[in-house]
Design a binder for this molecule. Structure first.
Ligand code: 8OZ
Length: 365
């Protein structure tokens, strides 16, 4: 039996969400020239507007923050104008949408950086991992360690990007603190071997993520600021020797800032949920506002976790790609369509905006 509250309204900050199902952020690599979201993006997101909340694909806050080909930005007027079409289309359907703010740190490639420069990172440690660039997957480039004096500029880029997101009509932003990107690199000792105020202790490693969160909250308000973390995920070659203590501390700091939600990738991103022992209930207990759970959820697990009061909202990623009407399908027990892995990253409408709803599929059958 599914928990009917999944399909009932939920108050998130100043918003009333139609249900507790969230579109997780999904990278699709279809931005146009100048890293402006395409007109197809407006169609794609509005097709999924029946989710209680949509979270946009990760969007770089600066050129330096980009790590993959054709991902959208949120740092130029043209990008803001492109995103405005997306938010207008979603709002016209009664939906709500947050933008995910992204700096990839060391998960980048010299061909994406200004003047072919090295990507930046807490320490000059190259990740074991690949990025999608030059129309293929390539090893990430060796990074250089950020100077202490550069960090305020990065915090400022997040702050400006948050303001830009609001100017583009978003209902709020999600700070990407997960999956082995810049803020996660600072938080985890596998990537951070700094000896200044941003490395060496749990408090120091948490500092950049908390400074970014404070800056974004200062710019657009806590009710419009969420964050995503992935405490034990090995995504993008990241590792952490004491994730529980590290993330208990981070979540205490996020709670003090009164962020509207905490979005947690439980386990390995897109992989096993039981990759390492971790007490997620400890994070939930420390965070007074909304806990959004992600990774491998289906209707049964979401219902169970909601009934146990382990989470408030549930973010579905891959199932939303081939099922724009996922909420209706979950609610009615309809079968889910399978996605085409060949059209996940890059391309046009195929595998992006051409997956039919149940009603559309029935009409052609
Ligand atoms: C898949 C491909 C490229 C990027 C993440 C932004 O893992 C991503 C991403 C996912 O958070």
């Amino acid at each position: 039996m599914s928990d009917s509250r999944l399909f009932q309204p939920y108050s998130l900050g100043a918003l009333t969400l139609a249900n507790r199902i969230v579109l997780a952020p999904l990278t699709r690599n279809r931005a146009g020239a100048g890293f402006v979201p395409s007109d197809l993006a407006a169609t794609y997101y509005s097709q999924r507007a029946s989710a209680g909340l949509l979270i946009s694909e990760a969007s770089q806050i600066s050129q330096q923050g980009q790590g993959y080909q054709d991902t959208p930005g949120i740092y130029t007027p043209a990008q803001i104008a492109g995103w405005r079409k997306v938010t207008d289309a979603v709002h016209a359907k009664g939906g709500h949408i947050f933008l995910q703010l992204w700096h990839v740190g060391r998960i980048s490639h010299v061909d994406l950086q200004a003047g072919g420069a090295a990507p930046v990172a807490p320490s000059a440690i190259r990740a074991q991992g690949k990025t999608f660039v030059n129309n293929r997957f390539e090893e990430v480039s060796a990074p250089r360690a950020l100077e202490l004096r550069e960090l305020p500029g990065i915090v400022n880029d997040f702050r400006n990007a948050a303001a830009n997101a609001i100017a583009a009509g978003f209902d709020g932003v999600e700070i990407h603190g997960a999956n082995g990107y810049l803020l996660d690199q600072f938080a985890k000792d596998g990537a951070n071997q700094r000896t200044d105020a941003y490395g060496g202790s749990i408090e120091n490693r948490a500092r950049l993520m908390l400074e970014v969160a404070a800056a974004v909250v200062g710019e657009i308000g806590a009710k419009r600021t969420g964050i995503r973390i992935s405490p034990v995920s090995p995504a993008n070659g990241i590792s952490c020797s004491e994730p529980q203590a590290q993330f208990d501390h981070i979540v205490d700091g996020l709670d003090a800032l009164d962020l509207v939600y905490l979005h947690v990738v439980e386990g390995a991103t897109g992989g096993p949920r039981d990759v390492a022992p971790f007490d997620y209930a400890s994070l939930r207990k420390r965070f007074r506002n909304t806990y959004m759970a992600n990774n491998g959820y289906d209707l049964e697990l979401a219902s169970k976790r909601l009934a146990e009061d382990k989470a408030d909202l549930f973010a579905f990623g891959r199932p939303f790609i081939a099922n724009p009407d996922l909420v209706e399908r979950l609610q009615t027990g309809a079968p889910l369509a399978a996605l085409d892995p060949k059209t996940l990253y890059g391309g046009g409408a195929q595998g992006y905006t051409d997956y039919p709803t149940l009603a559309e599929a029935g009409a052609v059958a």
